[in-house]
Design a protein around this ligand. Structure first.
Ligand code: HPA
Length: 272
């Protein structure tokens, strides 16, 4: 079965389970899955129940799609994503985004846990992604182009919608949240960066670094979805503070700010 047909089957399976098809979707980063359980009138679909859906094995990723309502809108929330560092190719990494696109989602909010490269950031801050730098050495659009998804050479001039970034600013103000903006750099991982790599990333213009989001943003733009990116700065990047990094700290910080994170998402979704 072709990749497109697999995506189509998964999207049809979701359509059969929901009453109203959402036009907004949120992909939830490490430790940020609680938003999914905050939705009202929710239909929960464990990834294992959806045809062809790849399973994530990272701790802190639940592995379910929840469709429900918040701020007066129908929303799909994905708790758990698969990453390139798990050994998946980027077609697999972007499968969920492709499914959402075929389902009819027009606005995609991509969230992640990220390291703070910009030393002006504080741990626990939320950052609006203004643009990205893809240092994964891979691109999800490599291979034969399927025109049913989009064109061969999609424009990437405004991956992260200026309109949605302005909405995020308004939503941040509404809850008295300082919301810095910045450039997100994606590396494949799974090892964290060295201090020398972080100095390099700072020199090329990075504010935050992580291991996700960029392939999904590229696939979403290929399908002409409007994208918003939000990073939770779960830790200062390697070498900024005189101590090692660990995944437990990433999870702990994400949990600590979950109330703010959910309030920000609700504010954004209400204004879309
Ligand atoms: N580096 C890369 N990915 C991350 C980090 C980091 O410091 N923190 C959370 N995800």
């Amino acid at each position: 079965m072709s990749y497109y047909d697999q995506v189509k089957e998964a999207s049809d399976a979701i359509r059969a389970r929901v009453r109203d098809v959402p036009q907004i979707a949120v992909v939830l980063g490490s430790g940020l899955g609680d938003f999914a359980t905050s939705l009202a009138d929710a239909v929960t679909m464990p990834y294992g129940d959806l045809p062809h859906w790849p399973a994530s094995r990272v701790i802190g990723h639940d592995g379910k799609l929840v469709v429900g309502r918040t701020a007066g809108k129908d929303v799909a929330a994905l708790a758990g994503r698969v990453h390139a560092y798990e050994g998946h190719d980027l077609a697999t990494v972007t499968f969920a985004v492709r499914v959402l696109g075929l389902l009819g989602v027009r606005t995609l909010i991509l969230t992640n846990a990220a390291g703070g490269v910009n030393t002006g950031f504080s741990q626990g801050a939320l950052m609006v992604i203004d643009d990205h730098i893809n240092l994964m050495g891979q691109n999800p659009l490599v291979g034969a182009n399927d025109e049913r998804f989009g064109e061969r050479f999609p424009d990437m001039t405004e991956v992260y919608s200026a309109r949605l970034r302005a909405i995020a600013d308004r939503a941040g103000k509404g809850i008295d949240l300082l919301l810095p903006h910045g450039i997100y750099v994606a590396l494949v991982g799974p090892s964290y960066e060295t201090p020398a790599e972080i100095r390099y990333l700072r020199a090329i213009g990075a504010d935050a670094v992580g291991m996700s989001t960029v392939p999904e943003a590229i696939a979403a733009r290929h399908m002409k979805m409007e994208v918003l990116g939000l990073s939770c700065i779960t830790n200062m990047a390697a070498g900024v503070l005189p101590r090692p990094l660990d995944h437990a700290e990433v999870m702990e910080t994400a949990r600590r700010i979950r109330g703010q994170f959910i309030a920000l998402l609700e504010g954004v979704i209400g204004q879309i």
